[in-house]
Design a protein around this ligand. Structure first.
Ligand SMILES: Cc1cc2nc3c(=O)[nH]c(=O)nc-3n(C[C@H](O)[C@H](O)[C@H](O)COP(=O)(O)OP(=O)(O)OC[C@H]3O[C@@H](n4cnc5c(N)ncnc54)[C@H](O)[C@@H]3O)c2cc1C
Length: 404
């Protein structure tokens, strides 16, 4: 078990500095351009692959850290640089989490490296659960996977929506219904490998924030994948479905298993945005003169900054706790993963809005980064479970009551 300490070890400090330097030198200077272009920032992803930040080895090493903090540190620094670019680079890791949560060791070894490719041949991955009529309510997925026993193939049909890297990705990991009567207990995860016919990108969405990150529909039309693309394997699925049909307990549902593991890391990104806005507003408040003195000399401004610092640090502590618990396989008895994501997301929205207020008119225009940080922050109360859904998870976990 990794001891929890607020003193980062030498490796963590070095890595944090290395990622911070990348975020400061490469990511942040590019943030405005890619926000305006609303396109995947390939040159930055290439740079990240070249230095080894976007790679299977990097992720594998980060996950070896028993304290669980390494990925949280990396993502805070990257989102401090720019959340949209951070997601463009690390969006593939959601698919990795899906494979980790549901795949056999052989499937993990086969598919995870393919989510990244190599610096000379970069690959992206996407993880898709959401559908037009199934967002928070993942039990109502309509996209279907039907088994063709004669060919040992699965036939996939339906539409996934809001998918990060959707259609652009080389590898898609998709959660589909194999037995709609069982709701979320009838779901299974499938890998759709590169080059599979029958999968295509639908509408690409124009967004309020994180605009360097590609979000689109994924359309499946008689998309056939070999039997081995079912994560966890057919035998395991059949056992699970049989138990569900008998009304017995089954192991964690496919989508939920993925989100449990990734929520603290989503929270870490929100902490990065909040910290960026706090630091910027602090410098600005010391510099900006009105009524013959720096605006920070007014308590109204200084107290705002105190609260911004306070909430950002509190959010980080919740993120680190949940990341440590996840790495050490501690059960989230009170929805600690959800707590971290909920508090960090709402903190980022609040802190970035206060930062706009501190900058006044300069906070509201695109020449300054603060309005972008506010736009970017909002998604953190929506994706990977809205704030309302996080409160549902926490309240159910802490009370044992099935709160609606
Ligand atoms: C930029 C972006 C990227 C995304 N990336 C991905 C991705 O890579 N993969 C993926 O699968 N999905 C992705 N999503 C989808 C995202 O997870 C969903 O948008 C989210 O889960 C909410 O679903 P919904 O939009 O359908 O909202 P709805 O579920 O329709 O919710 C609407 C409102 O109702 C509230 N609500 C719903 N049910 C309840 C309830 N029981 N109690 C209280 N309030 C409730 C919600 O909190 C929300 O305020 C992404 C979304 C966006 C915008």
């Amino acid at each position: 078990m990794g001891d929890f300490s607020l003193d980062l070890n030498e490796d963590q400090l070095q890595l944090q500095k290395w990622v911070h330097d990348f975020a400061e030198g490469v990511v942040r200077p590019a943030a405005h351009e890619w926000d305006e272009r609303e396109e995947t920032p390939w040159p930055i992803i290439e740079e990240a692959a070249k230095v080894g930040l976007y790679s299977f080895d990097f992720l594998a090493n980060a996950y070896l850290d028993k304290t669980g903090l390494t990925m949280a540190l990396v993502l805070e620094e990257m989102a401090w640089g720019d959340a949209g670019i951070c997601l463009a680079i690390f969006g593939s890791t959601l698919a990795v989490a899906g494979i980790m949560a549901n795949g056999t060791p052989e499937q993990q070894a086969e598919w995870i490296p393919q989510c990244f490719g190599t610096p000379d041949d970069i690959k992206l991955a996407a993880f898709g659960v959401s559908e037009p009529d199934a967002g928070s309510d993942v039990s109502s997925l309509r996209a279907r996977a039907v088994y063709d026993e004669a060919k040992d193939e699965w036939v996939l049909n339906g539409t996934k929506t809001w998918i990060t890297n959707g259609g652009l990705a080389n590898t898609h990991v998709l959660v589909l219904s194999v037995d709609p009567a069982l709701g979320s207990r009838g779901h299974a995860s499938f890998v759709v490998p590169e080059g599979t016919p029958g999968i295509r990108q639908g509408q690409k969405f124009k967004k309020m924030g994180i605009r360097a990150s590609h979000t689109a529909e994924v359309v499946l039309e008689d998309c056939r994948v070999p039997g081995r693309c079912l994560l966890g394997g057919k035998e395991h699925l059949d056992e699970r479905l049989a138990r569900a049909r008998e009304g017995k307990r089954t192991s964690t549902q496919a989508a939920m298993a993925t989100f449990e593991a990734t929520r603290p890391l989503v929270g870490a990104q929100a902490v990065g945005i909040a910290r960026a806005a706090f630091e910027y507003a602090l410098d600005y408040a010391k510099d900006r003169q009105q009524f013959g003195r720096p605006i920070i000399e007014n308590q109204a401004i200084a107290f705002k900054l105190a609260d911004m610092k306070l909430r950002t640090d509190a959010a980080r502590l919740l993120v680190w706790r949940a990341a440590w618990m996840a790495a050490n396989r501690k059960r989230f008895d009170a929805g600690e993963g959800s707590q971290s994501k909920l508090f960090a997301g709402e903190t980022a929205v609040w802190v970035t809005e206060e930062a706009i207020q501190i900058l006044g008119g300069y906070g509201y225009v695109r020449e300054y980064p603060v309005e972008r940080w506010h736009r970017d922050s909002k998604i953190y109360t929506i994706f990977e479970g809205t704030s309302e859904i996080q409160r549902l998870v926490i309240s159910r976990a802490m009370s044992g009551v099935h709160i609606q």
